[in-house]
Design a binder for this molecule. Sequence first.
Ligand SMILES: Cc1cc2nc3c(=O)[nH]c(=O)nc-3n(C[C@H](O)[C@H](O)[C@H](O)COP(=O)(O)O)c2cc1C
Length: 196
Amino acid sequence: MPKIAIVIGSTRPGRAGESVAHWVYDIATRRTDAEFALVDIADFNLPMLDEPVPPSMGQYSQPHTKAWADTVASFDGYVFVTPEYNHGPPGALKNALDFVFGEWNNKAAGFVGYGAAGGVRAVEQLRLVASALHVAHVRNQVELSLFTDFEDMTVCKPHPRNEESLNGMLDQLVPWSVAMKALREGTKEQRWERTA
Ligand SMILES: Cc1cc2nc3c(=O)[nH]c(=O)nc-3n(C[C@H](O)[C@H](O)[C@H](O)COP(=O)(O)O)c2cc1C
């Protein structure tokens, strides 16, 4: 069974992200086709990228980078739970994505966005970043509205149709996570280099 991380993309005190991620986790763990775990970027205390060598070279020097790399490497797929900050993803999530490279390569991902417009602009930007990391991202995504899917705009209480939407996304992500694992096993010797 593939192992899929539910990555909490916001780190600020009082964030709604934790509540969204728990909603995702509760639904995902009813499935029997994958194992799911919550991964909180905040637990890693990542500073702004402080590696002297570009992460695509795989020469990590800092303990926090190694801990983050080990966690990223241990999963076959990811659900990125992201709010929208100024029409993009939070800097903390972009920083966490930039911190390592090879550990993301040839994995699969899906997105759960939230915001005034369902976090769609943040997710669109994340799709560009995921492509650069050799992450295969599925089409379906969850778009939670701050106005209708939250209590007091902080506690995630989504309209029931979102459960169907989440499972639709996971129905795509789980088989892609399996397929990418097979690809990784077949290309162990190949280096996935950043070319531009
Ligand atoms: C710095 C900042 C910028 C924001 N910009 C947007 C935005 O462009 N679009 C939007 O829909 N919501 C925006 N919001 C509202 C967030 O979607 C909302 O506060 C959400 O709860 C943030 O997620 P978090 O609580 O997990 O940090 C912004 C919030 C913050 C803190």
